[in-house]
Design a protein. Structure first.
Length: 236
């Protein structure tokens, strides 16, 4: 019986460009990927309800396809902003081939809370570790289900918010991990193992692999020089 498949490090499934969080153009990123020997690249720039540049972004990737043998895919990174899984989606998904779902701030019924405020709440005792873990996991699962209605989903930097606010990996209970795994499988979600965010942890990667949840390599690169460069991923 064969074991879980190793990550394909010739495919970088989450990179940024100058359209949003990155610095370089689509063409510069593709050229860097060519030099690095990559075979596949997914563009996943951050978008929201007011994003107006999606058509130009998709067109730039389409033009790049004519100049490379690398498989290029147009995706978008969206944020879960409420505990019920409400996702800040753009109005036009016409040219988007995949959605990378992220939880970068703590979802609340009002506005999502920045990591530094969550850390302060934990220190002051106004927030409990178990409460934050449950909120993040539940919002992630519900967000994946919502986003999957529009396009195939990827989960970006899973549970990285917990690390940002100082919650130890061991505080993520087996029940929470099972809920995350079940949510990914139900939504048909591919989970990104992020180089830039060192996320998810080796323990979570192991549990996902044991459950046969598909994993992909994701640099989350904001600079072309970081595309397809792996250190954390080689360790996990």
């Amino acid at each position: 019986m064969s074991g879980p498949r190793a990550l394909d490090l010739t495919a970088d499934m989450h990179v940024h460009t100058g359209f949003a969080a990155g610095r370089d153009s689509v063409g510069v990123v593709v050229s860097a990927a060519d030099r690095g020997g990559l075979t596949a690249l997914t563009f996943a720039d951050q978008v929201g309800p007011d994003t107006a540049w999606l058509p130009a972004y998709a067109d730039a990737v389409q033009r790049a396809r004519r100049r490379t043998e690398i498989r290029l895919r147009v995706a978008a990174e969206v944020e879960v902003i409420r505990p019920d899984g409400w996702v800040a989606l753009p109005s036009d998904f016409a040219k988007i081939e995949a959605v990378s779902v992220a939880v970068s701030r703590l979802p609340t019924p009002d506005d999502p809370v920045e990591p530094r405020e969550v850390r302060a709440g934990l220190a002051a005792g106004t927030l409990r570790v178990a409460q934050v873990v449950e909120t993040v996991v539940t919002a992630t699962v519900l967000g994946l289900a919502r986003a999957a209605r529009y396009a195939p989903t990827q989960l970006a930097r899973p549970l990285s918010l917990l690390n940002q606010v100082g919650i130890d990996d061991e505080a993520i209970t087996d029940d929470a991990l099972r809920a995350l795994i079940d949510g990914c499988r139900s939504a048909g979600t591919v989970v990104e193992v992020s180089e830039a965010w060192r996320s998810p942890s080796p323990r979570v990667v192991r549990r996902l692999r044991e459950a046969d949840v598909p994993l992909v390599a994701a640099s989350d690169a904001r600079y072309a020089s970081d595309v397809g460069v792996w250190q954390y991923l080689r360790r996990v």
